[in-house]
Design a protein around this ligand. Structure first.
Ligand code: C2O
Ligand code: CU
Ligand code: CU
Length: 511
C-alpha cells in the first residue's frame, strides 16, 4: 500500500511538472496526494440481453456528470447513463434493432466495433446521427461468440467523444461457446472490463490537448475500469472469465498479476481460440479485446497491474528533458488496474477447469488470396517537424486542408475519397506497417488472421481471428471480405483515436 502511495505521488509530480512545461494548465495536480481514493467496488454495466427484449434495445446518447472521485463532479458523456453504456448481448443468428437517440446536442455516430454487418449499418462516420434524431439500424448477427464493443465514430471528434465516455461492451453469444462450460454468469464469474487511462485535475476529468499529446495520443494518470477509479472486484473462489476491452485512446496495456500467477487466454477479437494459451502477461492495444480465465480458488487477493507503455513517436523519445511529459509518464513502475478479492459463494456451480481444447477453425489459407495491398501508417519525421512549427505535416491532407499530421500511404483521410475497392467474398493479403511507433490497425466489417510479422512467424498474441492488430514492423494479414459496402464505405484506421481523427484512416467499398 505504501509503495502504491509513493508511486501515485511520483506520478502526480511528474505529470504536473511536465504538463506545466508544455503550457498545459494543471490546477491542483497534486490533489491525488491529499485524497487518493479508497478502493471502490468495480462497476458492472447493466446487461441488456436483446433476446429477452424482443430483439431490440435503445441507447440514448447523453451528457451527464460523473463522480469518479468522491465529491468531485466531472462532465461526461454516456449511453443511457453518465459514463460508458450498458452491455448489449446479442445471439448469433438473430437480427436485432438498436434505436440510438442522440440527446447530446452534437453530432455523433455509434460504431459496432468487430460486428460483421453491412457497411450502411456499421455506424462509421457516414452514419451521422444528428442532434435530436434517432437512428435505427437492424443488425444481422452472424458470427461466433465474441467480446466486441461499441463507440462513437464521429468524423474528427471520435477521440474526444470516446475519451469523455462514449463506449460500451457488445457481447455476441452462440450455442458453440456454451459447450465448453466456461464461466458465463454476467457480473459474477464473467466480467466485462473496459480498461481506460484518463487524466484528472483536482479529481475532475480533463481532456489533454496540445501537439505532443495529439502525436502520442491522449493518455492519463489514472486507470479506470468500467469507469471506476481504484476498483476492487469481488469474485467467487473459482475460475473466472475476464473480458478485457482496451477502451483507452492510445495506451497499450501490458497486463499481469502482481503475484505472477498464470492465466489462460481463451479468446481473441473474433472469438474463441482453438486452444487456451497459458500466459503470465498479456498486452492489449487500443481497440483490442481478449478473454482470459483466471483461477481464484486459492482465495488469495491479488491485483491486476499494467507495465509502463513506451509506445510513442520516436522523436519524442529522443527529445528528453522535463518537457517530455510522456517519457515521465511511462517510465513509472507497474500501475494497479484492478484488485480482486475472492469470496466464498454457496452453491455456485461452474466447471472449474480450463478446457483442453476450444473451437476448431479452418487454418488460414493464403493461397486463396487474389491480391495484395500495402498500407503504410504514416507519421513521418517531416510531418512532425512541421507540426512542431505549428503547420501541418507533409501528408497530403483531406478536405482541401493541404496538410495533415497523419495518414495512410501518404494521404490523410478524406470523407469524399474511396481509397480501395475490393470484391465481396474475396480473400486478400493486406500488408501493413507503422511509422515512428506501433499503431493498432483496425479494419471494419472483416475478420482477419495474421500470416506473418516482420517477415517471420506471427507471435503468440497474433493468433486467432482478429479485427485489430498492432503494427510497426510489416505484418501480413489474410482478410476476407464478407460484408457488402455498396451503399456506404468501411473504414480502416489506426485505433489511436487521435491518429484516426488526424488522418490515419482510409475507406473501402465492395462491388
Ligand atoms: Cu473501434 Cu473504426 O473503430
Ligand atoms: Cu470497427
Ligand atoms: Cu497510430
Amino acid at each position: 500500500m505504501l509503495q502504491d502511495d509513493v508511486m501515485m505521488s511520483r506520478r502526480a509530480l511528474l505529470t504536473g511538472a511536465a504538463l506545466a512545461g508544455t503550457g498545459v494548465a494543471v490546477a491542483g495536480s497534486l490533489w491525488h496526494d491529499r485524497a487518493a481514493p479508497e478502493p471502490q467496488l468495480l462497476r458492472i454495466p447493466d446487461l441488456i440481453d436483446l433476446r429477452g427484449m424482443g430483439q431490440s434495445a435503445s441507447l440514448k446518447v447523453q451528457r451527464g456528470t460523473t463522480s469518479f472521485f468522491p465529491g468531485r463532479e466531472s462532465r461526461t458523456l454516456g449511453y443511457n447513463g453518465s459514463y460508458l453504456g450498458p452491455t448489449l448481448r446479442v445471439h448469433s443468428g438473430d437480427d436485432v434493432e438498436v434505436a440510438v437517440t442522440n440527446a447530446l446536442g452534437d453530432d455523433t455516430t455509434v460504431h459496432w466495433h468487430g460486428l460483421l454487418v453491412p457497411a450502411e449499418v456499421d455506424g462509421g462516420p457516414h452514419q451521422l446521427i444528428r442532434p435530436g434524431t434517432t437512428w435505427r439500424p437492424v443488425l444481422p448477427v452472424r458470427q461466433p461468440a465474441a467480446t466486441l464493443f461499441y463507440h462513437s465514430h464521429v468524423h474528427d471528434r471520435t477521440a474526444e467523444q470516446v475519451y469523455t465516455g462514449l463506449a460500451g461492451v457488445l457481447l455476441v453469444t452462440d450455442d458453440e461457446e456454451n459447450l465448453f462450460g466456461l464461466p458465463s454468469e454476467y457480473g459474477v464469474d464473467d466480467l466485462p472490463l473496459v480498461l481506460q487511462d484518463r487524466q484528472f485535475e483536482d479529481g475532475r476529468l480533463v481532456i489533454p490537448n496540445g501537439m505532443m499529446t495529439l502525436m502520442a495520443g491522449r493518455r492519463g494518470d489514472t486507470m479506470l475500469v468500467n469507469g471506476t477509479v481504484n476498483p476492487i472486484a469481488r469474485v467467487p473462489r473459482q475460475l473466472v472469465r475476464l473480458r478485457f476491452v482496451n477502451g483507452s485512446n492510445a495506451r497499450i496495456f501490458d497486463l499481469s498479476f502482481r503475484d505472477g500467477r498464470t492465466f489462460h487466454w481463451i479468446a481473441s477479437e473474433g472469438g474463441l481460440l482453438e486452444l487456451p494459451v497459458k500466459l503470465q502477461s498479456l498486452s492489449l492495444a487500443p481497440g483490442e479485446r481478449a478473454e482470459v480465465l483466471v483461477d481464484f480458488s486459492d482465495g488469495r487477493s491479488v491485483a491486476l497491474q499494467t507495465a509502463p507503455d513506451r509506445n510513442m513517436p520516436t522523436m519524442m523519445r529522443m527529445v528528453g528533458g522535463p518537457r517530455n511529459f510522456l517519457r515521465d509518464l511511462v517510465d513509472l513502475d507497474h500501475e494497479r488496474v484492478l484488485a480482486f478479492e475472492p469470496t466464498e459463494t454457496a452453491g455456485h456451480r461452474t466447471k472449474t477447469t480450463v478446457p483442453d481444447r476450444l473451437v476448431t477453425r479452418p487454418n488460414p489459407d493464403s493461397s486463396r488470396a487474389v491480391r495484395r495491398r500495402r498500407f503504410a501508417l504514416n507519421m513521418g519525421m517531416g510531418g512532425m517537424m512541421a507540426m512542431m512549427a505549428g503547420r501541418g505535416g507533409m501528408m497530403e491532407g483531406g478536405r482541401g486542408s493541404g496538410m495533415a499530421m497523419a495518414g495512410i500511404n501518404g494521404r490523410a483521410f478524406d470523407m469524399d475519397r474511396i481509397d480501395e475497392k475490393v470484391r465481396l467474398g474475396d480473400f486478400e493479403i493486406w500488408e501493413a506497417s507503422g511509422e515512428m511507433m506501433a499503431h493498432p490497425l483496425h479494419i471494419h466489417g472483416v475478420h482477419f488472421q495474421v500470416l506473418s510479422r516482420g517477415g517471420a512467424k506471427p507471435s503468440v498474441r497474433d493468433q486467432g481471428i482478429r479485427d485489430t492488430v498492432l503494427v510497426k514492423e510489416p505484418v501480413e494479414l489474410l482478410v476476407q471480405f464478407t460484408q457488402p459496402a455498396t451503399r456506404a464505405a468501411f473504414m480502416y484506421h489506426c485505433h489511436i483515436l487521435e491518429h484516426e481523427d488526424n488522418g490515419m484512416m482510409g475507406q473501402f467499398t465492395t462491388d
